[in-house]
Structure formats: structure tokens, C-alpha cells
Design a protein around this ligand. Sequence first.
Ligand code: COA
Length: 243
Amino acid sequence: MIITINRPDKLNALNQQVMKDLDAVMDRVYKFPEIKSVVITGAGLKSFVAGADVKEFESLSKEDATALAKRGQDVFFKIENSPKPIIACVNGFALGGGCELAMACHIRIAAEQARFGQPEVNLGLIPGYGGTQRLTQLVGRGKALEIMMTGNMVDATHAFQIGLINQVVDATALMEEAKKMMRAILSKGPQAVARVIQAVEACFDKTKDGYQEEVTLFGQCFGTAEMQEGVSAFLEKRKPKFS
Ligand code: COA
């Protein structure tokens, strides 16, 4: 499935309706077996997502804002914990909630002109959709603090160098590169891919012991048709056929 955030006249800013739609579409990703993987991108050439919709902030009370952040985090947790692989195809600005959305995806591929940042401090705010946590996980404490405290934008090459993104490509090749990587992932055992996601996410879930999770998930692989096919194919020196 390709999800396109489609408000190009507002640089695809995430208003509450878009967040609701994203939540609903993620429910479909979990529910329908015919959806094997997801690519998330932004409409137009200029922006992936330029943040949460600042216009909606004007009228929010403290309580409203707290609820907004909680709802946003829940949507992004659905993306992060999806058993099906999700790649962010970052075609332009990925600022604020846009950078947070990209970081919630499992993999990020960006066009050369993409720009990343958490500019919330410019508005007297901090990231609210998981950015303080995921940016720190991805680039480390020092760089994360620098990016969030200065609000400066990071270009795609620099984002690649600091580990914020997985790959930088020419804009014309962006979607094809994402599909190429997705095809490689989809040629593997889908249950194994889902368990990799689950084990890695356990590393950042304070309610879980990641090593114990890995032991459990490793054990679960045994006895699956997928594992039997993978091991048989290796021993018979042929390519595995996963379904
Ligand atoms: N929320 C709401 N509207 C936004 C938006 C956001 N986060 N980002 C951009 N837009 C809107 C602009 O208001 C403008 O709308 P208008 O034409 O009705 O005035 C339109 O998108 C185009 O943006 P504009 O600022 O004119 O484009 P630009 O090329 O001059 O600048 C950015 C691009 C990304 C640098 C600039 O839009 C920006 O700084 N956006 C906000 C980024 C941000 O702070 N995000 C975090 C929010 S918590």
C-alpha cells in the first residue's frame, strides 16, 4: 500500500483529520492480509510533511494539547509496531511531526533535496509525537539535543551521515528505490520479518526485556512452515519459496 499525505498547498501539514485518516488506514494495514507492506510519502515535490498543522494550535488548551500529543503518539506507535514493513519515502521537508512520522517508519529513504528538523522550539514548543525519544534513539543524545535545541534543518546527506535516514537517492529514483528495498524484504519470510520488527522495537519498550523477547520470538520461528521452507531450501541448495 502506498499512503500519500495529500495537502500539498499546506506542505502536507498533519491536521487532526489527516491524523484520523492515518489511524484508520493503519487499522486496515493490520487487518487485511492482502496488504503486505507500506510506503508513506508526501504529495508534491516540495514536502514530505512540514509538521503538525500549526494553525490548529492556536485554540488548544493545555488539556487539548496533552490529548493531541497522546493521540498522535498512539498513531505513530501503530506505524512503528506494524508487523508489516513500512518505508518512509521522504520527498522534501520532513519537519516537526513530519520528521516524527518518518522516524516512526521502519526505514527512511530520502530524496537529495529532503530536509529534516524538529523546529518546535521556534514556536516555544517541543516535539509531541515521539520525536524526543525516536530522534535520540536514531542519532544519539548529543546530535538529538542539538537538532531539537537549535531547531536547525539537516540536509539529506547529513541526515544519512548521522544515521537519521537509511539512504539518499535522486528524487526521480525515490519511489523505485523504496520499492526495490521493499521487494527484497518481501522476498523473505513474512513472519520472520514481523518478528525482527517486534524484537527490535522491544529494545525501546521499557515494559519489555528485549533479550527475553528475542529468545521467545526465536523459539516461535521453529515449527513454522516458513522456517521449514527456509532451512530445507538452504540444505537443498535452492531458493526458498515463502508464502
Ligand atoms: N502547519 C500549517 N501550515 C503550514 C505548515 C505547518 N506546519 N507548514 C507550512 N504550512 C503552510 C504555510 O502556512 C503556507 O500556507 P499559505 O499558503 O496558506 O500561507 C503553505 O504551507 C506554504 O508554506 P510556506 O511557508 O509559504 O513555504 P516556504 O517554502 O516559504 O517555507 C517551510 C517552507 C517548511 C520552511 C515553512 O513552511 C515552515 O517553516 N513551516 C513550518 C515548519 C514547522 O515549524 N513545523 C513544526 C510544526 S510543530
